[in-house]
Design a protein around this ligand. Structure first.
Ligand SMILES: NC(=O)c1ccc[n+]([C@@H]2O[C@H](COP(=O)([O-])OP(=O)(O)OC[C@H]3O[C@@H](n4cnc5c(N)ncnc54)[C@H](O)[C@@H]3O)[C@@H](O)[C@H]2O)c1
Length: 445
């Protein structure tokens, strides 16, 4: 069903059912919001690509949880079909007939508006995330959302507002920064908090690897369809790989250096260099960034991320304390003597995310990763601002500024905010010409 035609058909009965459900929830003090009388968690998937499908499988597999897929939305029909095929072996947990499958750039709204969806999985390209998160919380849904949660200042602020509302409404939010659900990380950081490594005075975080995928232009695609499908290469959709991928490692630095894990701890400023070594690809993003993030008390984190074939790959985080050297799962002194080593079980963190989310929903336990998710995502944006502009950027000032890459209600017919030049090339950000823009105000005097 197309997204727009379904919305026109939303009936008065649905509206009444929603209102009645909310009232019943409030009266019963239940944990499902709109589903107080049933113990089934009804799931809506938004963004049915690789990760969305994986997250769906994990949420349906939560041990002992009565859970059902009841709605699905994607920009493209083929992705919906593929996701449903991937859960064919979980038939008893899928109740998603044709009328509850929505296709289009605005299809998310149809799932979010359904009264009989309790939990949404948000796994589109990240540019859309703040808008989906905001709408989902306003509609009273619990949320699992993938990282990064924003690609610009506008999106970060929208997410922070929605995060506060989630707390007020007791909606549970998990962000797919799965290191936070990995015992190796949890135990390492617990030892840091106990002082095994002394005070942390510096660190390095890396995501250096090979080239990322590129989805070639198809004959029948217009510019918007090409960019949405090949989203990794456009900042308004992806935020560059420093946001898209390196956000995991930057999040670990925030976590290690921060206090209360429920709060968004972040660097004070960022300064760095970056560029594109491989010019054979027609892309708007850089393929390497190196950034120094400065935190409170003079602690500095050196960050690198690279998506270029060849060389040594390195994806990890290391920290130096006054008493010891921290690698994830191991702390040594500076003569190499072991101070602590991880030896516990380490269940799949992608599964733990959903296990703990269901537990929080069912038992009304506090769980809201959105603040730390914004801090990690916006610190990554800050790093990108630094490498694109060659300037040092202050976190709080950048968060407050008029910087918006996502247009208002993009459609398949509208022109994307970045277009190829006369030679068919997309502009590569350069320090001398870099400008902070709000794309919704471009063209206005
Ligand atoms: N936590 C992790 O380890 C991890 C791993 C992979 C991806 N991710 C994240 O998951 C997200 C998706 O990545 P992916 O690898 O699944 O990409 P993907 O391209 O496989 O899937 C994205 C899906 O979103 C759909 N989509 C695009 N615009 C949409 C819109 N407006 N409404 C509805 N659907 C829309 C696309 O058609 C596609 O099916 C990204 O934010 C990515 O960073 C996280």
């Amino acid at each position: 069903m197309s997204a727009a035609s379904h919305r026109a058909a939303v009936s008065r009965r649905d509206v009444i059912r929603t209102a009645a459900g909310v009232a019943a929830f409030t009266a019963a003090g239940g944990v499902h919001g709109q589903n107080p009388s049933s113990d089934t968690i009804r799931v809506g998937l938004i963004g049915a690509g690789g990760r969305g499908t994986g997250a769906l499988q994990q949420t349906l597999a939560v041990p002992g949880s009565n859970v059902k897929l009841t709605a699905i939305a994607d920009a493209f029909q083929s992705r919906v079909d593929a996701a449903l095929k991937a859960v064919e072996n979980m038939k008893d947990k899928v109740d998603c007939p044709e009328g509850r499958r929505f296709i289009g750039l605005d299809a998310a709204r149809n799932v979010i508006d359904l009264p009989d969806v309790d939990l949404v999985i948000l796994a589109t390209p990240p540019g859309f995330r703040p808008f989906h998160f905001d709408a989902a919380i306003k509609a009273g849904k619990h949320v699992f959302m993938e990282k990064p949660v924003c690609v610009d200042s506008f999106g970060a602020r929208l997410c922070l507002e929605a995060a506060k509302l989630a707390d007020e409404k007791k909606r549970k939010v998990v962000v797919g920064l799965q290191r936070r659900y990995d015992n190796r990380y949890r135990e390492t950081i617990a030892r840091i908090r106990e002082g095994v490594a002394g005070d942390i005075i510096g660190g390095q975080v890396y995501w250096n690897g090979g080239a990322i995928w590129y989805r070639d232009r198809q004959k029948d695609q217009n510019e918007m369809q090409f960019q949405v499908n090949n989203w990794y290469h456009f900042n308004w959709l992806c935020g560059d790989h420093i946001c898209e991928q390196h956000v995991h490692n930057i999040d670990v630095a925030n976590w290690v250096l921060g206090g209360d894990p429920a709060q968004g701890y972040h660097p004070e400023n960022a300064y760095g260099v970056g560029g594109r070594q491989d010019r054979s690809r027609n892309s708007e993003i850089y393929d390497h960034h190196a950034v120094t993030f400065s935190y409170r008390k003079g602690v500095r984190i050196a960050s690198q991320c690279r998506q270029v074939g060849g060389g040594d790959g390195r994806v990890n985080e290391e920290f130096q304390g006054t008493k010891g050297f921290v690698r994830i799962g191991q702390i040594t002194d500076y003569d190499g003597r072991e101070l602590w080593k991880f030896e516990g079980p380490a269940p799949n963190p992608y599964q733990v995310e959903h296990d703990e989310l269901h537990d929080a929903i069912r038992n009304d336990k506090p769980l809201n990763n959105a603040f730390s998710g914004v801090a990690a995502s916006f610190a990554s944006v800050l790093g990108r601002l630094a490498t694109y502009s060659g300037k040092q950027w202050d976190y709080d000032k950048a968060l407050a500024m008029d910087y918006r890459l996502m247009p208002e209600n993009p459609t398949w017919e509208s022109a994307p905010p970045v277009m190829p030049n006369a030679e068919g090339q997309y502009p590569l950000p350069m320090p001398a010409s870099f400008k902070v823009v709000d794309v919704t105000k471009l063209g206005q005097s």
